[in-house]
Design a protein around this ligand. Structure first.
Ligand SMILES: [Zn+2]
Length: 460
């Protein structure tokens, strides 16, 4: 064998779903990896002949690009399941704000470790933190420890109070503070191999003045970075935007020149007719959070339009926001059903595209990740065939997006390293993560003074 056909890691005997430009699949395929990157993808009869230091036999299971959660408040992940689930009770006290007030660096670290483990176990290899981590270093060190890719920005940058604004002692709505911190995490991008990168982030949802928006877009443009924010989430922030702009916010943003392909805007639940062209023409990536749309009853105010916008050509990525009553990797399935409920259709292939290619784009990695191609970062997922939901294997893409979903994830490779094997983290003990996260959540629950966990009486 010629020395040039050596590689570090070979995944073979796999149904390889490349998500490359032409969306090739290799029913009997292999992927060769050297260092951080993919060196070859193709038929097992060819690529399977690489001489590898380590070989993983996929046993005929699917192999696909790692997925991106393009909007994950990973430092608030430990809130899951903690707050009352009836709208009347959870609105009576803003538990989220109390929790955000109470978290410290250790809590953010523990929450990121748990969220990172759960992401890997569900085939998510990259996340974008949308600006609610007080200490991005805590997020970065936890992500590096477990081996997941991420992008972080500075916390709670805002300079006006709007319905989605939370009063936080550590992060007042202050223009000078926001300007001072803006783009502070971009320094991470000086290392081209950084596992955790930086982007420009505003909190958004009507909490920024035009002056701050312009500064944020300029910082993103000058540094070749992404600008992320919440946008047009709920009736209240949309009404506030409509009033202050005397028109609809996305049309206004197009007018003042702050929309572009480097924008990653989350929610986007209200896109009115005069905003549609602005959104589609700008090339901005929308982060769709169908779980949240349903959880908060947004349909009462704004019809579901994401499938329609996607078919008009807008890139749509998927995000879990805060994982309230769901896990990572489930938004595509929820989105498929939500679209069907509104008489629209997205195929399983569309859902896979959103989770992989558009997810990478949302994180600013469209040339680096999101597909299995030579030269791309080696971020990939190997699935087991030993899962009942995955049989019969009529259509592996539909199985991944809609049927077996995340159950069959067996092995995950990020940056060329095996970070999950047979469902367990390889760089950290799972048990350590659970005990850190559980202890943190327990401390926080006490500080926030949550009501009893269940409405049923606890017998002693
Ligand atoms: Zn959010």
């Amino acid at each position: 064998m010629n020395a040039s056909f050596d590689c570090d890691l070979l995944v073979r005997n796999a149904y390889v779903i490349t998500l490359d430009e032409e969306r090739h699949v290799y029913p009997s395929g292999a992927v060769a990896i050297t260092g951080r990157r993919i060196v070859a993808v193709g038929p097992d009869a060819e690529v399977g002949r690489y001489a590898a230091k380590r070989t993983i036999d996929a046993g005929g299971g699917a192999v696909h690009p790692g997925l991106t959660d393009a909007h994950a408040h990973i430092t608030l992940h430990t809130t899951r399941g903690a707050f009352p689930d009836s709208p009347s009770e959870s609105q009576a006290q803003d538990y989220f704000t109390s929790w955000m007030q109470a978290v410290d660096d250790d809590d953010e670290y523990a929450s990121t470790l748990l969220g990172g483990l759960e992401m890997l176990r569900n085939g998510v290899t990259c996340f974008l933190e949308p600006g609610t981590a007080y200490e991005p270093d805590a997020v970065a060190s936890a992500a590096q420890r477990i081996g997941i890719r991420g992008s972080v920005c500075d916390a709670y940058l805002w300079d006006r109070e709007s319905p989605e604004f939370h009063h936080l002692d550590r992060a007042p709505a202050d223009h000078a503070r926001a300007m001072k911190l803006l783009g502070g995490q971009l320094v991470r991008n000086n290392d081209p191999d950084a596992l955790v990168r930086g982007h420009v982030g505003l909190y958004g949802a009507a909490t920024a003045t035009d002056e701050l928006m312009r500064a944020a877009k300029a910082a993103a443009d000058e540094n070749g970075a992404i600008l992320s924010q919440h946008q047009s989430f709920f009736a209240s922030d949309v009404a506030d935007d409509d009033e202050r702009f005397g028109g609809h916010p996305l049309a206004h943003y197009a007018e003042i020149g702050v929309l572009g392909p480097n924008c990653t805007f989350a929610h986007m639940n209200a896109v009115r007719d005069d905003e549609t062209r602005a959104v589609v023409d700008s090339g901005l990536t929308m982060v769709w959070m169908p779980g949240n749309y349903m959880f908060y009853g947004v349909a009462e105010f704004f019809p579901q339009r994401m499938a329609e916008l996607y078919h008009l050509g807008s890139p749509v990525a998927l995000g879990s926001d805060v994982a309230k009553v769901w896990g990572f990797g489930e938004q595509g399935y929820l989105g498929f059903l939500l679209a069907r409920a509104h008489g629209q259709f997205l195929s399983a292939e569309d859902i896979m595209d959103m989770a992989s290619r558009s997810g990478a784009r949302a994180a600013g990695l469209q040339d680096q990740a999101g597909s299995l191609e030579p030269g791309r970062l080696a971020d990939l997922v190997v699935r087991s065939v030993n899962v009942a939901e995955s049989h019969p294997p009529a259509n592996p893409v539909r199985d991944i997006a809609l049927i077996g979903r995340t159950k069959a994830v067996d092995t995950v490779i990020v940056d060329g390293r095996v970070v999950l094997r047979h469902g367990h983290a390889t760089l950290v003990e799972d048990e350590e993560i659970f005990s850190l996260a559980d202890a943190s959540a327990k401390r926080l629950a006490a500080r926030v003074a949550l009501p009893p966990a269940t409405i049923w009486p606890e017998a002693t």
